[in-house]
Design a protein around this ligand. Structure first.
Ligand SMILES: Cc1cc2nc3c(=O)[nH]c(=O)nc-3n(C[C@H](O)[C@H](O)[C@H](O)COP(=O)(O)OP(=O)(O)OC[C@H]3O[C@@H](n4cnc5c(N)ncnc54)[C@H](O)[C@@H]3O)c2cc1C
Length: 315
């Protein structure tokens, strides 16, 4: 059935929500996005730290993105041409990073849409005139899309769609403690990436990614089990503990970092089942859901999920 142009409110302006907005706009709809964050990124955020007149940046969420599906390969290729993505061979032959930070592709997508930052949506309300979003005073929307991690989507969906809420509630997103460390001098003899080293799930010399300033800045991410065990610890405690484990893994005393900080991602990597639907759409309620947890853990899946939702809306 052909769907006429709709005003669509999208909750969450990460990769999934923005991908959905792109596809909706291409199909003639009018998306408006709402995000509680101060700026673009979501789980692809880049943290900036000012230190002694220098700016350090850390990709403290997603480290890189793979591009395998032909549609996403084309999307990433277009970002490469506009200078917001580049290959990062250190992470694999099909690995890409945003340039100058991982948030750059999300930022580029957001620039094409009406995005309201620092706007947390507390609830959805369904009225005869359409959907309103608690936390904004916008006119009712014809349709609403929830593009959040499963655990954050479930409570918004519960009142309106028990089946979608149950799917979200059954999905688990693993936590990740991330430590950002910077050194005055390069660490000698340390490779740019370290993977699956016990409690250290991943560590990377962030400053060595393409298009970075070349600072000796490191992102050290704990494995999911370790992150879970230390989930409620204070960030300073975690920063010291993970830094010590990093040094232990390298088998050396590390110099004192000039910057050391931990960030807790309560919801980092999704764990969807193999038969995950890709996206959810209820045509009668005009309620849609997208996000990595409906397809697969990586960034690529978040983008594909946003695209898939629009194929369900206007088949
Ligand atoms: C530590 C970490 C490491 C990762 N490593 C990789 C990797 O190396 N490679 C890879 O491919 N993927 C990685 N990922 C996963 C990848 O980042 C995600 O799959 C992808 O970014 C998810 O996009 P999304 O749009 O579905 O969700 P998100 O990026 O989480 O977007 C959801 C948005 O909703 C907003 N929001 C939440 N609640 C509300 C609300 N109530 N109202 C309004 N806005 C709200 C948030 O601010 C956020 O911007 C990693 C993630 C983390 C956290």
């Amino acid at each position: 059935m052909r769907v006429g142009p709709m005003r669509v409110g999208i909750v969450g302006a990460g990769m999934a929500g923005l991908s959905c907005a792109d596809a909706l706009a291409a199909a003639g709809h009018q998306p408006t996005l709402f995000d509680k964050g101060r700026g673009p990124g979501g789980r692809m955020s880049t943290r900036r730290v000012e230190l002694d007149g220098r700016t350090l940046t850390f990709d403290h969420g997603a480290q890189y993105m793979t591009a395998r599906d032909p549609a996403f390969v084309a999307r990433v290729g277009a970002w490469e041409i506009t200078g917001v993505a580049a290959r990062w061979p250190a992470a694999g032959p099909d690995a890409w990073v945003g340039v100058p930070g991982m948030s750059a592709p999300v930022r580029a997508l957001a620039a094409a849409h009406d995005v309201r930052w620092t706007t947390r949506i507390e609830a959805l309300r369904r009225k005869p005139t359409g959907w309103t979003l608690e936390g904004t005073d916008d006119d009712p929307f014809d349709a609403v899309v929830v593009a959040l991690p499963a655990e954050q989507a479930a409570p918004l969906l519960a009142r309106h769609h028990p089946a979608f809420a149950a799917t979200a509630a059954a999905s688990r997103t693993l936590p990740c403690w991330t430590v950002m460390a910077a050194f005055a001098e390069p660490l000698p003899g340390v490779p740019d990436t370290i993977k699956d080293a016990g409690p250290i799930g991943w560590a990377a010399r962030d400053g060595a990614k393409p298009g970075r300033a070349g600072t000796e800045s490191w992102v050290i991410q704990a494995a999911p089990d370790w992150s879970q065990a230390y989930l409620e610890e204070a960030p300073d405690t975690v920063a010291s503990a993970l830094f010590a484990l990093f040094a232990q893994h390298l088998g050396t005393d590390l110099p004192e970092p000039v910057h050391l900080m931990a960030h807790r991602w309560r919801f980092a990597r999704s764990r969807p089942p193999a038969d995950a639907p890709g996206a959810l759409w209820d045509a009668e309620a005009r309620l849609g859901v997208c996000g990595d947890w409906l397809l697969a853990p990586p960034v690529e899946a978040a983008w594909l999920s946003g695209q898939k939702l629009v194929t369900l809306i206007a088949p």
